[in-house]
Design a protein around this ligand. Structure first.
Ligand code: SAH
Length: 246
């Protein structure tokens, strides 16, 4: 069934009002008709199974038939701290991270990032684009929330932000020992919230790894191969998603 997201204040008794870009999509692209069924999600894990009552150019009105909590959300909230990669790679990373169940993506400007989104206007444009990609990916993978793409943070701001999480790990290609890494991943899967720090193409500076470790973040090896930045985060998300999934 097609899935749409709505703002909670657009719910009136057993009716839900869809507005914005989705109206054109429902009416002119999908050519849906009254009487057809859709899922409307309130972006807070609640799925409402609805029938389309009315369509005009401004709004689509849905009548709720039944309700179910969305089962797509992982019990551990995964926060991907991704150092800004080159070119458009962030778009791919956001899309795949959302499919794999990430709760939030935080773009990080670490010291070896080649891309510097210093210009506020450009930064805002990029963030809006990444958020749109997150929304499409959420729809496609039937998520119960639309994962947020946060504003770009400096490495230190990101470490501060991660303090609110129960556990964080930092995959590091020079980390030693799979046994410790396995243990950290197993422990992470038991936590309520987990931060995952991924370096850019050039990797993290040793001083950044040290700073992270001093703040309780655990260095993890992903094996004896160097993974590309866009592979490393998805690798960790995949492992944790599999362990956590019910
Ligand atoms: N500078 C490095 C590669 C960096 S890869 C080099 O060329 O040698 C980008 C990021 O992916 C790293 O910062 C790290 O977070 C992660 N990563 C890649 N391979 C990894 C591995 N085998 N173990 C742990 N982390 C890895």
């Amino acid at each position: 069934m097609r899935r749409f997201y709505f703002d909670k204040n657009e719910m009136y008794g057993d009716m839900i009002r869809i507005t914005g870009n989705d109206v054109n999509h429902i009416k002119n692209v999908l050519r849906m008709q009254t009487g057809e069924r859709v899922v409307a999600n309130d972006k807070e894990i609640n799925d409402y199974y609805c029938v389309i009552e009315d369509i005009d150019s401004e709004q689509v009105l849905l009548r709720i038939e039944s309700f179910r909590k969305c089962s797509a959300e992982l019990k551990t909230k995964l926060y991907l701290f991704q150092a800004l990669p080159k070119q458009d790679k962030m778009e791919f990373i956001v899309q795949k991270a959302v499919e794999l169940g990430a709760h939030e993506v935080i773009p990080v400007a670490s010291s070896r990032c080649v891309v510097k989104l210093d210009d506020k206007k450009r930064q805002e444009k990029k963030l809006a684009r990444w958020q749109t990609i997150a929304e499409s990916a959420a729809k496609q993978s039937a998520r119960g929330i639309i994962p947020k793409v946060n504003s770009i943070m400096s490495f230190k701001q990101a470490i501060d932000y991660a303090e609110k999480l129960e556990r964080s790990i930092i995959p590091y290609e020079h980390a030693k020992g799979m046994e410790k890494s396995r243990q950290y991943m197993d422990e992470a899967a038991e936590c309520e919230s987990v931060g995952i720090f991924i370096g850019p193409e050039g990797g993290f500076e040793e001083s950044e790894i040290q700073y992270a470790c001093e703040h309780g973040i655990k260095p993890v090896s992903l094996g004896n191969r160097i993974l590309r930045t866009e592979t490393a985060g998805l690798c960790v998300l995949s492992i944790l998603m599999f362990k956590i999934s019910e």
